[in-house]
Structure formats: C-alpha cells, structure tokens
Design a protein around this ligand. Structure first.
Ligand code: NAD
Ligand code: UD1
Length: 314
C-alpha cells in the first residue's frame, strides 16, 4: 500500500504540530511548511516530518510544498484578533493571501483535498446562539475578515476548479503546544501558565464573555474526518464542543484546580472582541461523523498537566 503524503502548513504552530504528531503516529508521510512567525521548531521535536521553511504566501514556495501531496491541511495564519487590529495588511497576507496561494499551488499539483482552518470569528457578534453555518457571516476584525476570505476562496476552488476543499470553523482551541508567551496568545495558555507561576491574570471586560473552548484532540479528529468525508467538499463546518463557558467560570475552575488564591484584574474589553460564542456542531456530526471526545474540564486538566511538564521557555 502507498504511504499517504500530507502537507501541514503552519505545522510548527499549536494546532499544526498536534496534527503532524497524529499523522506521523499513523505511519504517514508529513511535510511541513512554516515560516516560524508564530510557531516553534521545538513543537515538532521527536516528530518525523520533512520541513520546508518558507512563506505560504509565496507561490514558488507553496508549489514546492504541495508537490506529490494527497491532502493539504492548511493551518498557517497569524491567529490573533488584537494583532490584526494593529496590523490589518499583515493579517490579510498571512490569512487570506497565503490561503489563495496554497489553493493555487494545490490545484497545480493535483492535490486531492484541501482542509482549511477557518475561524468562528467569521460569525462576528451575532446575538443568536448557537452559531450555525447557515447564518450570514459578519466579521468584526481584520483577522475575522481575512479568515472568511480564505473560506470563500476554498469554496470557489471547489466550484471553479473541482479541487476538493473543506473549511472547518474552529471555535477557541486549547491544549498542549499552545504558545503562552506572547500578548497575543490564547487566553487559556496565558491563564494556565500565569497561575502555575503564581502570577496574576487580566480579564478583559467583565468576565462574562463566553467561548466554546475546545480541546485540541477534538480538532485533530475533525481534520482527519474532513480529509475523508465524501459529502464534505465545498462545505464549511463548525468545530467546537457545543457548550460555552465564561472567562470568569474558566478562571475560577483553573484557580481551583491549581489551588491558587489570586484574584484576576479586570480591564476594558479589547477592540474587535466577540462577546459570546457557541457552536452548533450538528452538521459536522452528520456529515463528517465528528463528535467531541474530550470535554472542557478534562481538556483543561490535561493542559495543566502538560504545562507543568513542559520544558522551560514553552
Ligand atoms: P499558531 O500561531 O500556533 O500556528 C500558526 C502557524 O502558522 C505558526 O507555526 C506560524 O509560524 C505559521 N505561519 C504563519 N504565517 C505563515 C506563512 N505566511 N507561511 C508559513 N507559515 C506561516 O496558531 P494556531 O492556534 O495553531 O492556529 C492554526 C490555525 O487555526 C490558524 O489558521 C488559525 O487562524 C486557526 N484557528 C485557530 C484557533 C485557535 O483557537 N487557536 C481558532 C480558530 C481558528
Ligand atoms: C480565538 C483565536 C483565534 C480564533 C478565534 C475563533 C487565539 C489567540 N485566537 O480568538 O485564532 O480564530 O478564537 O474562535 O487562539 N482575554 C483575557 N485575558 C487575556 C487574554 C485574552 O481576558 O490575557 C480575553 C479576550 O479579550 C477575549 C477572550 O479572552 O475576550 C478570548 O481571547 P483569545 O484567547 O485571544 O481568543 P479569541 O479572540 O476568541
């Protein structure tokens, strides 16, 4: 049997490196394209991958990366709402231009399927919850608009060129290998590592902001399913857990698990922030066979355990 060859763009990042680990563990060939703008080589320590260092928005590099590949898992992006508010053009390049470039490279290389890391930020601040794929998108930040543009390009490549594309709208993902070290990092990576170090946390807004926090293992599962699902081409699917918790709840849960008696500091909500987020995951269940296996509490405990063990500097 031929060994399957995948390309994971952004494979040195949080989600990408977890996906690489899962693919390599299945005995598959994995190539990574990453420019290390937010990812780290150490995330792939011990994982057998072929590494191409370069920019996914550069067509020659993208073509080299896509050569001989059966499936592209396109994870590369600069995934921060506040950073995009400060740098809208850079956000567009990393999120939208890179996606179009990878799609074109995939088409030219005869790739079978292209699985895209979309974002629930595409929905914006809809008062109606849960957020379901049939709702009109309403991006509120340059990042959200650029991620949505990537989805639109995926759909167009399915219709116009017959390239199989599947967009997964991730809701807030957390777990091992998420970088806690930047002001733009995901909130759970920041909270867990600060509480472990006995340092205070900042909650932007009143703490009643809610998210459908989703453990990484569920997202890896969704990607593997999206690679195969026969009806999925040209579609977009929410990937979350179907449950939302507030920042206040998650902070109290973590402080309780870590037995830390520190109060958070409250500051003004960040511009571009979405207030409430909750995924309707029925379409992913029906058409991909997706079912979250790890709920938020178990995921938080596993993530705490991982950061406790993580090497210095992670
Ligand atoms: P991450 O920052 O850890 O990973 C992104 C990776 O892409 C990094 O390794 C970075 O170096 C690489 N990269 C960025 N621009 C690149 C370029 N032009 N060329 C090559 N490589 C490039 O972020 P993550 O949280 O793992 O996010 C992965 C994907 O999932 C992104 O597309 C993001 O928009 C999407 N997403 C993430 C979340 C979440 O909660 N983490 C939610 C929704 C969507
Ligand atoms: C996250 C992802 C984004 C993804 C989106 C979709 C990250 C960095 N961003 O954006 O890629 O597309 O989900 O679901 O993973 N906050 C604090 N204190 C902090 C840091 C953040 O209160 O120290 C707040 C933020 O203001 C926000 C919430 O926590 O209200 C979540 O922030 P963040 O983790 O940055 O994620 P999103 O902006 O939701």
């Amino acid at each position: 049997m031929r060994i399957r060859q995948s390309l994971v763009t952004g494979g040195a990042g949080f989600i990408g490196s977890n996906l690489c680990r899962a693919l390599a563990a299945r005995g598959e060939r994995v190539r990574v394209l990453d420019n290390f703008s937010t990812g780290h080589r150490e995330n792939l320590a011990g994982v057998e991958v072929e590494l191409i260092e370069g920019d996914a928005a550069d067509l020659a590099t993208a073509r080299r990366a896509a050569e001989g590949v059966e499936c592209v898992f396109h994870q590369a992006a600069v995934p921060s709402v506040p950073r995009s508010m400060r740098e809208p053009l850079a956000s567009h390049r990393a999120c939208a231009t890179a996606t179009l470039t990878m799609l074109e490279a995939a088409r030219q290389a005869g790739v079978r399927r292209f699985v895209y890391a979309g974002s629930s930020s595409a929905y914006g601040d809809t008062p109606t919850l849960p957020k379901i794929e049939s709702m009109p998108p309403d991006p509120r930040s340059p990042y959200a608009a650029a991620k949505l543009a990537g989805e639109t390009y995926c759909r167009m490549y399915h219709h116009a060129y017959g390239l199989e594309t599947v967009a997964l709208r991730y809701f807030n993902i957390f777990g091992p290998y998420q970088d806690p070290g930047s002001p733009y990092s995901g909130v759970l990576a920041i909270f867990i590592t600060r509480l472990l170090a006995g340092q205070p946390c900042v909650i932007y807004g009143d703490g009643e902001t809610s998210r459908d926090f989703t453990y990484i293992e569920n997202v890896v599962q969704a990607n593997l399913l999206a690679r195969e699902a026969p009806q999925a081409s040209g579609q977009v699917y929410n990937i979350g857990c179907g449950r939302r918790v507030t920042l206040n709840w998650v902070y109290d849960f973590l402080a309780g698990e870590l037995k830390v008696n520190l109060r958070p500091r409250y500051e003004a909500a960040r511009p571009g922030d979405v207030r409430s987020s909750l995924a309707d995951i029925q379409a992913a269940g029906r058409e991909l066979g997706y079912m979250p296996q790890v709920q938020v509490e178990a995921g938080l405990r596993a993530t705490i355990a991982w950061y406790r063990r993580a090497p210095e500097g992670v």
